[in-house]
Design a binder for this molecule. Structure first.
Ligand code: ARG
Length: 580
């Protein structure tokens, strides 16, 4: 259920009946303070301005036509023409009783479902996954989970970089190692970083090696069997490295979701032919170039978008144009979401404008590069190892788990060693994920172990702990939360605030889905956990003098809080535990 949408519909009808033109924004928002009710309809002010009438009088006309008796106890006009809506406690309790019986907590499914391509993670296979791919992987994965929870059809696409010019150098180096009898997986490719470094050194220093490398790329891209075989060996090992990281990170990507750059190879020459025939791409110093006036600089010079190199080689840009065609024209999707570093913003603008002109993207498909900022170290510079190298994701995650283990070590929980290590894993990985997901996607953020692993403030450990606290009430009460089905009565103000928050999950998910911003769900879960703590202080549950109907009603609220926390954290890809 989405209360905001219900009110928007009702407000639209009332505004129309009050003589306000169709399409006027009703401006429905959640109230920021209890004294302003639970929601507000703020559209009277804008409409009055357009109609040149008195906003308070117009607000009154809207109220006269507003049919909210089923959900609201009271409506009133405030200030210059705000309409405050106070929801009925009985409406809240009936909605929550229904949510308590529903495995999706009352969150409905999109009708009709949208078809969405989500391009995320997408590491370059020449090297090991580094922290830059952390953001794409976990932000993308949580948006995918939320889309599916709302009933949309998601096609995951891991647009791995497996086709660039570096691959000539890598397979030439690999060939030599294999000829020397070096074991492929355990030695040659055990550490992709050093393999890359060695190959690059030979490329720069060794007589004849660079020529061979260049020759091998051309051969590879034109289908030579020997080069293809070497390439495949390299790719397989590199993909295996990524899969280990995905498993540690608890993300939903599988091998079947790989739709790498190489998958578009067959389409690339067709894309260039099309751009040339439509006069969109023109020859410039031997290369094929699209000049984009739409993105001209302040001197009026068009933006330059190279789609084919002078030697005939294809580029990252060509692949992305082919991907537009495949996704929009063949898969026929409504949305394309791409989770990628903000520094690639211009590239995707160029892709979209070119693709739309060429008909590689149809009108129905929205193209949504979802850019993210950089993960920074304490020094405010991009996150690096102490010696200035790139941080491997696998190492970072290992450190997270060992720090969580240390942190949890002196808790007297009565749990076995095995249980403890499982909990430490969930806490460590969860902490890294929540710290990242809770920041606005587009901002840079500073990576800090102590704050992300803290049990206070907006962190995964705090939320995981809050979950265990709610669950412990059920252990103490002996009530089975699965069969708990008591009537709810909302009496205390803390109960009402908590009830309203619980009913806003769908609103939050819709915002997260439409803007590809998991931080709104992170913030919501933190607020929910905090409101629960306030409720718990104010409203006794298991004390002897609490009447049984009050106790059961409060237990239903507890159950909804636990299930909402668990579901919300799962949508962020963060696991919970019963005890800590
Ligand atoms: N491989 C690229 C990188 O590591 C990201 C690819 C994003 N997706 C795309 N369709 N270009 O930066």
């Amino acid at each position: 259920m989405n209360i905001k949408n219900i009110l928007i519909e009702k407000a639209n009808a009332a505004m129309l009946a009050a003589g306000i033109p169709e399409g006027t924004n009703p401006a429905v928002t959640q109230s920021t303070r209890a004294q302003f009710g639970d929601y507000q309809i703020n559209g009277a002010m804008g409409a009055a301005k357009a109609l040149k009438t008195n906003p308070r009088e117009l607000a009154q006309k809207i109220i006269d036509n507003l049919d909210v008796s089923d959900i609201a106890a009271q409506t009133e006009i405030a200030g210059p023409g705000f309409i405050n809506i106070h929801l009925k406690p009985e409406f809240l309790s009936a909605s929550l009783e229904a949510a308590n019986k529903d495995s999706k907590l009352g969150v409905s499914e999109h009708q009709p479902a949208k078809k969405v391509v989500v391009d995320y993670s997408s590491p370059n296979l020449a090297k090991e996954m580094h922290v830059g791919h952390l953001r794409s992987t976990i932000i993308g994965d949580s948006v995918v989970r939320a889309l599916e929870f709302r009933g949309d059809t998601v096609i995951r696409q891991n647009h791995m970089g497996d086709w660039g010019t570096q691959f000539g150098m890598l397979i030439a180096h690999l060939e030599d190692l294999l000829n020397q009898g070096v074991d492929l997986e355990n030695v040659a490719l055990a550490d992709l970083e050093s393999f890359y470094r060695d190959a690059k050194k030979r490329f720069d220093d060794e007589e004849g090696f660079a020529d061979k490398a260049r020759d091998y790329v051309v051969k590879l891209q034109s289908g030579d069997a020997h080069c293809k075989k070497l390439w495949q060996m390299f790719i397989d090992t590199s993909v295996k490295h990524s899969e280990e990281v995905y498993q540690k990170l608890n993300v939903t990507l599988t091998r079947d979701d790989i739709m790498a750059e190489s998958a578009y190879n067959e389409r690339l020459s067709g894309v260039i032919d099309l751009l040339k025939s439509k006069g969109i791409a023109v020859e410039d110093q031997g290369a094929q170039v699209v000049f984009l006036d739409e993105l001209a600089n302040k001197d009026g010079e068009p933006s330059v978008f190279i789609v084919q190199k002078s030697g005939g080689g294809f580029l990252y840009s060509t692949t992305d144009l082919a991907a537009c065609d495949y996704r929009s024209n063949e898969l026929d999707v409504d949305r394309i979401l791409i989770f990628v570093d903000a520094r690639q913003g211009l590239h995707f603008n160029q892709v979209e404008i070119t693709a739309r002109k060429a008909g590689l993207l149809k009108d129905k498909t929205t193209y949504e590069p979802s850019l993210f900022g950089t993960m920074m170290g304490e020094d405010g510079k991009p996150f690096k190892t102490r010696t200035g190298g790139t941080v491997k994701l696998a190492d970072l995650l290992e450190e997270a788990v060992s720090r969580a283990t240390e942190k949890l070590a002196n808790r007297d929980s009565g749990l076995s060693d095995e249980e403890r290590s499982e909990i430490a894993r969930k806490v460590g990985i969860g902490a890294v994920k929540y710290a990242d997901l809770s920041k606005h996607r587009t901002s840079d953020y500073i990576f800090n172990w102590d704050s992300m692993l803290s049990f206070e403030g907006a962190t995964a450990p705090y939320l995981q702990y809050a979950y265990t606290r709610v669950r412990s009430i059920f252990r103490k009460s002996g009530v089975d939360s699965n069969t708990l089905n008591a009537p709810l009565s909302i009496i205390e103000p803390q109960e009402k605030t908590l009830a309203l928050k619980l009913l806003q999950l769908e609103e939050v998910l819709d915002l997260m889905i439409s803007e590809a911003t998991p931080h709104v769900l992170c913030g919501y879960l933190y607020e929910l956990a905090s409101l629960y703590m306030t409720f718990y202080e104010a409203c006794p549950i298991l004390k002897d003098d609490v009447a049984s109907d009050v106790r059961d009603s409060r237990l239903v609220l507890c159950n909804l809080v636990a299930n909402t926390l668990r579901t919300g954290l799962e949508l962020l890809g963060i696991e919970v535990m019963e005890q800590m």
